[in-house]
Every structure is written in C-alpha cells, then in structure tokens.
Write a protein that binds this ligand. Structure first.
Ligand code: SF4
Length: 283
C-alpha cells in the first residue's frame, strides 16, 4: 500500500460519495445505498464480516495471508461455495471501520504477510476508511483484493496505490452462461476491462474454477486473459463441488473430472499464458 493515512482518508471520502449512485461494481446499478439495502447486491453503506484469521491455503506467494471474509457479494453464483455468508449473510457481524482497523492491526501482530480482503468490492468505501485508521496506527501490510472479476473502472481507480495484488476470479468465457449462473450481464467485457486496469496498477493473479463439461468456456476465457498479458499468473482450480443451488442446473450438477481440469490447463497453454498453477502448484 503506497498511500498515507491522510491520503487514504481523502480516498475513502471520495469513495463514500459513490454510495449515492452506486457504481462500485460492473452492475452499475446507480442506486442510493445510504438509506438501506439497494441494488443487485442488496447492500447498504455498512460492512458485515463473516470471519478473519491467518490462512495458509492461498497461492504460495501470498501465505501466510491475513484473510478477512466479508459478507454479501455483487455476484449471485448458483454454486457459491460460501453462500451462507456471501449470499444469505448467516452468522455475520456488523463491523465498524474502527473495529476492522483493530482487526487489521491484530492480523499484522499474528504474522500475516498481507491483508487479503475476500469479496470486498461492494464495501470498498468502508474498507478504505478502515485502512486509513490502521495506517494512522502504523499498519503497513500489502493489500490483496480477492474479488469476483466483475469490477467497475470507477471502483478500481479508487484502489490505485492501495492494492498491491489483485486476485480476481475469471469465471466464464461466455456471457450467456455468466448471466445464467452468476447473474452478470456483459461479463466478458467487464472482466476484460477489469483485468486491464488491474494489470496497469499492480500484480494480478487470476483464479479460474473449472466447471463440468467446459461450461465455463476456458477455450474463450484463456485467450481473453492472455490478451491482457501472457505473463499474468493463472491459478486453475479443480475443487468445484455442486453446492448451494447447483442441483437446479444440470450443467453444473456434478464435480469436475481430471480430464476437464487438464483441458482448462491446455487452453491456458494454447492461449500463450506462461505462468500457470493448478491448485496453487506449478502446472
Ligand atoms: S456494488 Fe454493484 S451490485 Fe451493489 S449496488 Fe453497487 S453497482 Fe449495484
């Protein structure tokens, strides 16, 4: 993080103004979130947390990572692994910027190498406020933005100089599938714009969760990522399980096979991507 506490306060104030006509993600809802839940994400202008702690299960270059699990999400994935707190907000705790700043200081003392905000974009202004308070108390860890890849340029510009590593998902290479399975319109164009802006600002590590039957279209997705930069690190994940509402969608109602994972890796190679991981290990 390259901004001072004072600069972060100014950035947070600028970000908070976006709640009045929210454009904090690629849905660009234009709603006023200051008076209660609104927009596709149905979030107000506060923050709820689902948990936090030092975590070793992230990409090797990021561990030990200070994970901060944020409630709510701007995507509505039918097979969301974290649906209980991301979509139904179960067991989550309303948290002020000052409380989150104290948590950031605790994570630093516990040996975390970074602050890894999981699903952060819809609460970006509160996170900047928390980072400002923490920075004023000497906190200085790198910031990892662990997001869905459906960001807006408006939001990403607010993060310039704040985020050290972007860790976006790249879910689909096909817009119709993205809309059906995650409720995102014009997904590939938004992903393309997001990745280019992230790459301009900071290091980018992309995650791709392989779905059954190539429904995520890796053959179209990997060239999109490679067109941003063939040096971008892509982590191909094999852990898909048909949880939450997946059983309602025959195309995603089973796990993936080893052949489907290999096909996604091959698609990444064929697209020219040079830095490929599979479940965090070099392919
Ligand atoms: S964060 Fe995204 S989904 Fe939520 S209100 Fe803003 S633009 Fe809409």
């Amino acid at each position: 993080m390259r901004l001072s506490g004072r600069e972060l306060r100014l950035r947070a104030a600028e970000a908070r103004r976006h709640y009045a006509r929210c454009d904090l993600c690629a849905h660009l809802c234009g709603v006023d979130r200051r008076h209660g839940p609104a927009g596709v994400c149905q979030e107000d202008d506060g923050l709820s947390l689902a948990g936090a702690g030092v975590h070793y299960g992230e990409e090797p270059q990021l561990v030990p990572s200070g994970l901060i699990l944020i409630a709510g999400c701007n995507l509505s994935c039918q097979s969301c692994e974290t649906w209980s707190f991301s979509l139904e907000r179960r067991g989550t705790v309303r948290t002020s910027a000052e409380q989150l700043a104290a948590l950031l200081l605790d994570l630093e003392k516990s040996g975390a190498a970074n602050a890894n905000f999981v699903t952060p974009t819809h609460v970006l202004p509160v996170l900047l406020e928390a980072l400002a308070v923490a920075a004023e108390h000497g906190w200085s860890l790198p910031v990892v933005w662990n997001c869905g890849g459906y960001e807006s340029i408006e939001a990403l510009r607010l993060l310039e100089g704040v985020v050290d590593v972007y860790l976006p998902d790249a879910k689909y290479g096909d817009d119709a599938v993205a809309y059906e399975l995650s409720g995102c319109k014009r997904y590939t164009a938004a992903l393309d714009r997001s990745l280019r802006e992230m790459h301009r600002q900071a290091e980018v590590i992309v995650r791709h969760l392989v779905l059954p039957g190539a429904v995520a279209s890796p053959g179209k997705l990997m060239p999109l990522i490679a067109s941003v930069s063939p040096a971008i690190c892509i982590n191909v994940l094999s852990q898909y399980r048909p949880v939450y509402r997946a059983a309602r969608f025959p195309v995603i109602a089973r796990g993936v096979t080893a052949q489907e994972v290999s096909a996604a890796v091959e698609a990444a190679r064929s697209a020219g991507l040079r830095n490929i991981l599979v479940d965090g290990r070099p392919a």
